[in-house]
Design a protein around this ligand. Structure first.
Ligand SMILES: Nc1ncnc2c1ncn2[C@@H]1O[C@H](COP(=O)(O)OP(=O)(O)OP(=O)(O)O)[C@@H](O)[C@H]1O
Ligand SMILES: [Mg+2]
Length: 235
């Protein structure tokens, strides 16, 4: 079992309340999509899950290792280190690093023969695959993915989303998947939570939230999102 539970979490930056009494559970083996406009507090909430931002009050409970994947695969990888080296650093002690790096690269559909390549030689989508492999190296039970396709070309977003969904199912990961883009969130999520001004205004099974939104802000987001027939391009 590997739930991630936010229990009445509040985060203040000075007098500004970025996260306001949020209670949210990511059930074991499920993907909760967290959607909301810029500045609504999504990244701040995510950062509390890995201790990057301290909570002002409330608590975050996880009964497994939590790893985070960030938006920008350009700044999250050391440009001077080979991609294999970056992944290798994250492999726990006592495991054959070379074999593990090869396994992880294969897992994210990259050729293990490229382990010695520098990030510079890779496309944005490939770098984001390396960032995923690096996160998975620590054998997490829970992944927090913050806007991981937002910096990518639309043409490769679908492939990365497919990979994320496949890996989540294959490895039985619990995942908090954050995006300001409802079209992206609905592609991967079992449940959807909607955040506005630091608070969760609506949360429920993805189909229910999409088919029968109860909060006016959710309806606004749905009206602004691409229509169902203009589906994300997924290969
Ligand atoms: N380190 C910080 N110090 C002070 N204020 C901050 C800090 N980080 C975020 N904020 C503020 O907290 C609020 C929530 O920011 P946050 O980055 O969590 O939103 P977000 O939903 O992730 O937005 P985006 O969609 O743009 O990534 C914003 O008003 C932001 O300006
Ligand atoms: Mg953010």
């Amino acid at each position: 079992m590997s739930e991630l539970v936010f229990d009445h979490v509040t985060v203040r930056y000075g007098h500004h309340t970025a996260v306001d009494d949020v209670s949210l559970t990511v059930p074991s083996g499920q993907v909760v999509g967290l959607v909301g406009e810029s500045g609504s507090g999504k990244s701040t909430l995510a950062a509390t899950a890995v201790g990057l931002v301290p909570v002002t009050s409330g608590r975050v409970l996880a009964d497994g290792k939590v790893q985070m994947v960030f938006q920008d695969p350009y700044s999250s990888l050391d440009p001077r280190m080979s991609i294999g080296g970056s992944i290798s650093e994250a492999v726990p002690r006592g495991i054959d690093r070379r074999a593990e790096v090869a396994r992880l690269l294969e897992l994210v559909n990259l050729d293990p023969a490229r382990a010695k390549a520098l990030p510079l030689k890779l496309s944005g989508g490939q770098r984001q695959r390396v960032a995923l492999a690096r996160a998975l190296a620590a054998r997490p039970e829970v992944i927090v993915a913050d806007e991981i396709t937002s910096a990518l070309d639309v043409s490769v977003q679908g492939a990365v989303l497919n990979l994320v969904r496949d890996l989540q199912r294959q490895l039985g990961l619990s995942m908090l998947f954050i995006s300001h883009n409802l079209a992206v969130v609905r592609y991967v999520s079992d449940r959807i939570a909607v955040m506005k001004n630091g608070a969760i205004v609506e949360e429920g099974p993805a189909e229910r939230v999409l088919a029968d939104p109860r909060h006016p802000y959710t309806r606004e987001l749905l009206a602004a999102a691409p229509k169902r027939h203009t589906r994300l391009e997924v290969s």
